[in-house]
Write a protein of this length. Structure first.
Length: 85
């Protein structure tokens, strides 16, 4: 159980963090900038994660010999392109 001094210190920290949150909510420019930064980072992280996932899946398919049905389809497309030239 926290002592009296510790309890006061914890309450002061909570009030300080609440004050900073209220400052951001009240100031529209700060709120817009915070939302812009967080949206940018989330979007960048999502794209980066998707690139990594596609890269891993592509490498797995390459090492496992490809996917037969899709490989045949792509070969047919390649042959069709060659014959039309």
């Amino acid at each position: 159980m926290p002592k009296e001094g510790q309890k006061d210190n914890i309450e002061k920290k909570d009030l300080a963090s609440l004050d900073s949150i209220l400052d951001i909510v009240r100031d529209k420019k700060k709120l817009m900038w915070l939302n812009f930064k967080s949206g940018f980072v989330r979007g960048f992280a999502g794209v980066f994660g998707a690139v990594i996932a596609i890269l891993i899946i592509g490498l797995m398919v390459t090492y496992l010999g490809g996917i037969p049905i899709i490989g045949e389809f792509i070969n047919q497309i390649g042959e069709a392109v060659k014959t039309t030239k």
